[in-house]
Design a protein around this ligand. Structure first.
Ligand SMILES: Nc1ncnc2c1ncn2[C@@H]1O[C@H](COP(=O)(O)OP(=O)(O)O)[C@@H](O)[C@H]1O
Ligand SMILES: [Mg+2]
Length: 358
């Protein structure tokens, strides 16, 4: 997507703001509480109907009002999207004046959000890394959503059989779960491999090993959630007694993960916060570039608080990567960290001082 006009009404601290965005790089700076995250949040809502900060959309309605409305124009597609959230009603979405469900938004207005939670990607739970990977596959592969839902529905059935001790039915579900699990796993593994290749390509371009020595030592592996040498159906049968005791399916694609090792040690035990942040940004950028290069999907890149925890050398590395990212991008920072010398080398750069918007 490339959102060139946005109207924000009664959304968090903003009463009424109209923004003309650049199809290239947009940079928002301003003091704590000035509304930087709120602006990035509104862009994320166009892409998902969800908040990246709070699970409660009603909390985003300005304190003095009953509803917020957001409107955007995508100049690549010529689409208009209008979103309204009343405190007491479900969110409503109009795409070119027609009502659509929020689940359709992600494909129409894809974005890659990088925010405080994503910064600790290596430190997060396996579930978090799985979700980020799945999100990109959901955007890019048509059959993924059906495959994902079938697998997790069957998993729920098998777990319910285990809980209720109804073993006689379990063979049917073992075989169903294994068929669907293998499809799901192939799609994940495929996207992971593409991301890993893109990650090393980015590393070659910007040479982060000149700043961080860990980049030469890092090993990134996809763990599929069960022993690679075993057939999933056989394994589900083998594990039946353990699964019955635990009342849930202990192995399978629902346990898959991406593992980062440095000298064979889990990276989270080694990396400092700043190192981990830069590494996490690079991994998300790699996923973003796979969407662009292999699927021709132009997602908008959103990075909140870009400079926090990064020193000037690392920030410069990030700026180097930006020279290669050709999609729309939206960043925020407390300080104006993009000097005119830096912006001269960047694609269609536009700067906003958030205090002066309202
Ligand atoms: N529902 C709301 N109504 C009014 N103000 C809000 C609401 N939710 C958050 N705020 C306020 O909006 C301001 C901007 O928040 P935020 O966008 O997170 O700032 P920044 O990222 O620039 O530090 C904060 O002062 C916050 O308290
Ligand atoms: Mg913020």
């Amino acid at each position: 997507m490339s959102l060139t006009k946005i109207s924000i009404n009664n959304f968090r601290c903003f009463k009424n703001v109209d923004l003309q965005l650049s199809p290239g790089i947009n940079f928002f700076f301003g003091k704590n509480g000035s509304g930087k995250t709120s602006i990035l949040e509104s862009v994320f809502i166009f892409s998902s109907g969800k908040s990246f900060k709070s699970s409660n959309l009603a909390s985003l309605v300005n304190y003095e009002n009953d509803k917020f409305t957001l409107k955007a124009f995508d100049n690549l597609k010529g689409y208009i999207v209008e979103i309204e959230k009343n405190k007491n009603k479900p969110i409503s979405v109009l795409l070119n004046n027609k009502k659509i469900t929020t689940s359709k938004l992600i494909k129409e207005f894809p974005c890659t959000p990088i925010h405080n939670n994503t910064f600790s990607f290596a430190d997060a739970s396996p579930d978090f890394r799985r979700k980020l990977l799945d999100r990109s596959i959901f955007i890019s592969e048509k059959s993924f959503s059906e495959c994902w839902f079938s697998y997790y529905r069957s998993l729920k059935q098998r777990n319910s059989i285990l809980k209720n001790n109804r073993i006689s039915d379990i063979y049917i579900w073992n075989s169903k779960l294994s068929d669907e699990g293998i499809k799901l796993n192939n799609m994940r593994n495929n996207f992971f491999t593409k991301t890993k290749n893109e990650f090393y390509y980015l590393i070659d371009l910007i040479q982060p090993s000149l700043v961080f020595n860990f980049f030469n030592l890092i090993e990134i592996n996809f763990f599929q959630g069960w022993d690679e040498n075993k057939n999933l159906n056989d394994l589900l049968q083998e594990n039946q007694d353990i699964d019955l005791k635990r009342k849930s399916t202990t192995q399978g694609p629902h346990k898959s993960d991406i593992k980062f090792l440095i000298n064979d040690i889990d990276a989270r035990q080694i990396l400092s916060r700043g190192e981990q942040k830069f590494f996490s940004i690079l991994w998300s950028l790699a996923q973003h570039e796979v969407l662009k290069k292999q699927y021709k999907i132009n997602a908008t890149l959103i990075v909140d608080d870009i400079k926090s925890e990064l020193d000037d050398r690392v920030f410069n590395l990030f700026v180097e990567t930006l020279k290669h990212i050709k999609t729309q991008a939206i960043f925020s920072c407390i300080d104006d960290c993009f000097s005119s010398k830096i912006t001269a080398s960047l694609n269609e750069f536009k700067k906003f001082h958030v205090e002066q918007l309202g």
